[in-house]
Design a protein around this ligand. Sequence first.
Ligand SMILES: [Zn+2]
Ligand SMILES: [Zn+2]
Ligand SMILES: [Zn+2]
Length: 349
Amino acid sequence: MGTPSDAPELRRDPIAGRWVVIAPDRGRRPSASPSEAPAPSADGPCPFCPGNERSTPPEVDARRDPGTAPDAPGWRTRVIPNKFAALRPAGASGPEAERSGIYERMEGVGAHEVIIESPEHETELSALPIARIAEVLEVCRDRARAHAADPRVRYVLPFKNYGAWAGASQEHSHTQLLATPVIPNVAQEELAECERRWSGTGSCSFCALIEHERAEGTRLVAEDESFVALAPFASRFAYETWILPLRHASSFESAGGGELRALAAILQRTLAAMRRALDRPCYNFLIHSAPARQTALPWYHWHVEIIPKLSLASGFEWGTGAYINAVPPEEAAERLRAPERAPAERPAS
Ligand SMILES: [Zn+2]
Ligand SMILES: [Zn+2]
Ligand SMILES: [Zn+2]
């Protein structure tokens, strides 16, 4: 069906029903194979550093000092299209799924952006002042709002890869944002399970979970008047941590300035605790939100998932979709609450 080209496309697996992005351009980006160096290579000038703005695609948004020009120094946070995008903007109308026999595919329409968190090359997100982390989160929210307004887009995922083991190919600290024309399977599964429970109980699973965890306390990592950070009851990965807003809201796009400042504070605290307790782990974080333009679902609750990369998935995980986690979440939460202790032992893979 069609000749292979460099344009990204989505293909639906007819056996598992999941969407896969086939993006040949991604093969040309700097290598981030975990079999190579544990940190991304720093060869050549960093395209994300101030002064090198011309070596990236033109910026689509930035928080910069008054009087400074786009694609020139003077920015604090800068958004650019990913040079090796998994999905690209194209066409006026939404892509149609195209069928051929048992196969289904779709043009890889969407967006893949990089949010450069800071002009300082060496500074990790959690080392920024809270106001600057809040600004990064605000930029993520604003980009999520902009993409969610596009009728071609059905889902927006802000995420971060920190370190080569987490898939980062640039050392300079950055967050990314993906806007997709389909609802990814992981989001679909969460939405379906939460809706199923809500139709039986009339309550949001996340709200129920927050209430339970705050009362029990053993899996709490941190809490304040707006958010709670906790090790989920059925954590898939060692030291997996979720950050949940106490206020029920299905969409990250609805978060206000005060809420994002509070999120910045608890995110900084949680990442700093992981850094101390786990000896600067590679990690991913992602923000799960309701699908685009579905801003007030009573059964879904936006949240942040942080996954330190301490071991690789094995055949057990790939074969079953189930996970083996060597660190009980109660123990993980205890270690993260007591960050002054010696680094925790990494689980064997
Ligand atoms: Zn840099
Ligand atoms: Zn809720
Ligand atoms: Zn989630």
